[in-house]
Ligand binder design. Structure first.
Ligand SMILES: N#Cc1ccccc1-c1cc(NCCCN2CCCCC2)c2ccccc2n1
Length: 196
């Protein structure tokens, strides 16, 4: 079978903590399940600086865990990796309040939100975003980049059910994250099939 050339896709939304990390995780799992990992560079980014440095939203992480979709590799369990300068509590378990805080964060990924850069427009084949506002922001930024390589599109363009817009679930419920997941699943599958 001829080796297909390397391809690259950047998923983008407003904050890079809700929709685009879900799309990235869903697409990465599909590519991995296809044994195609080496042919794809996959990443996600934000059009805003709202959440730079923050992990994906815990509601999205919970949704991914429910569907068995890994969100990149699991970050280290800090309490197990930490150490003490005294022997006061040698052999004791971590403080329950600290464990409760970690569970609440349920940070199981090392992805941290980042803003889309000019370099992204030169290095990615596709930049797939979620709504008209993302598209406007991306096209505006692309206009200031010479030799823009990326094809900038709505991810929803690939939806067999023709739901063009993937709504921002930030102020939404668990159901809204579930809808984002279902839309990303349909769109990523169709996008991969049309670009394999
Ligand atoms: N904006 C809007 C908006 C409008 C409709 C629906 C959702 C949102 C919304 C709001 C967010 N953060 C709260 C406001 C942030 N601050 C806005 C003013 C500048 C300083 C930052 C989000 C954060 C991460 C991902 C998606 C988000 N989406």
């Amino acid at each position: 079978m001829a080796a297909s050339s390397g391809k690259s896709v950047l998923f983008v939304c407003l904050g890079n903590i809700c929709r685009s990390p879900i799309a990235e995780a869903v697409f990465r799992k599909m590519v991995t399940d296809n044994g195609d990992t080496n042919n794809w560079r996959i990443d996600s980014a934000a059009t805003s600086t709202y959440e730079i440095g923050n992990p994906p939203d815990y509601r999205g992480q919970a949704c991914m865990r429910k569907h068995g979709v890994p969100m990149r590799h699991v970050a280290r369990q800090w309490l197990i990796d930490s150490g003490a300068v005294s022997d006061w509590n040698t052999g004791s378990s971590p403080d329950t309040r600290a464990l409760a805080c970690l569970r609440k964060q349920s940070i199981e990924t090392d992805h941290r939100a980042r803003k889309v850069t000019k370099e992204d427009f030169l290095s990615f084949d596709y930049i797939l975003c979620m709504d008209e506002s993302n598209l406007r922001d991306l096209n505006k930024k692309a206009n200031s980049v010479k030799n823009c390589k990326a094809k900038i599109e709505l991810l929803g363009k690939y939806d067999p059910q023709e739901q063009l817009i993937i709504q921002d679930p930030y102020y939404g419920s668990e159901e809204d994250f579930e809808k984002v997941y279902e839309q990303c699943l349909r769109c990523c599958k169709a996008f991969l099939e049309s670009h394999s």
